[in-house]
Design a binder for this molecule. Structure first.
Ligand code: NI
Length: 160
């Protein structure tokens, strides 16, 4: 059954829209609506894939924001203090006169990490939040493999 099409009106800064239009032209979209539908599908997929990881995760969250946005710095600082238990370290880079790049290295459950990232993502003045998360367990098993290979090396040399 064909899904009913809904019409929506959205306000978008002109520079953001023209950057979007450039990308969709290069990609060969014939209509802006189709490109926006695909962008929304991609957004939903990202959201779903983040919720599927179990156990302890290690990750990096990057955010770009305008530090001149009224109240934003103090809001972000509050959010970071509330999530201090999962933040391992933070790097702050001043990109230009108004924009900052912040990198948070995090360790915790995927619920904690995505909750933290989402709180920052929705604030006005925050342009972009990206996450890279891997299960901490995969690091532990990589370490185990390394240890095993060392043990094999020793046993080769041990006299019988
Ligand atoms: Ni800065």
């Amino acid at each position: 059954m064909e899904d009913e099409l809904m019409r929506i009106g959205v306000s978008i800064p002109s520079r953001l829209l023209s950057a979007f239009d450039q990308v969709i032209n290069r990609r060969g979209y014939s209509s802006r609506s189709e490109a926006i539908r695909d962008a929304i599908r991609g957004y939903l997929l990202d959201y779903e894939s983040l919720g599927q990881t179990e156990g302890e995760q290690i990750g990096v969250i990057t955010l770009v924001y305008n530090h001149e946005q009224r109240g934003l710095i103090s809001l972000l600082t509050d959010i970071q203090h509330e999530n201090a238990s999962i933040i391992t370290s933070t790097i702050h880079i001043h990109l230009d006169t108004t924009n900052c790049l912040e990198i948070d290295v995090v360790r915790g459950s995927s619920t904690e990490i995505t909750g933290f990232a989402e709180k920052m993502m929705v604030q006005s003045g925050v342009f972009q939040v990206r996450m890279f998360v891997i299960p901490a367990l995969s690091l532990a098993s990589a370490e185990k493999i390394k240890h095993n290979s060392i043990n094999v090396g020793y046993s080769d040399r041990s006299p019988d």
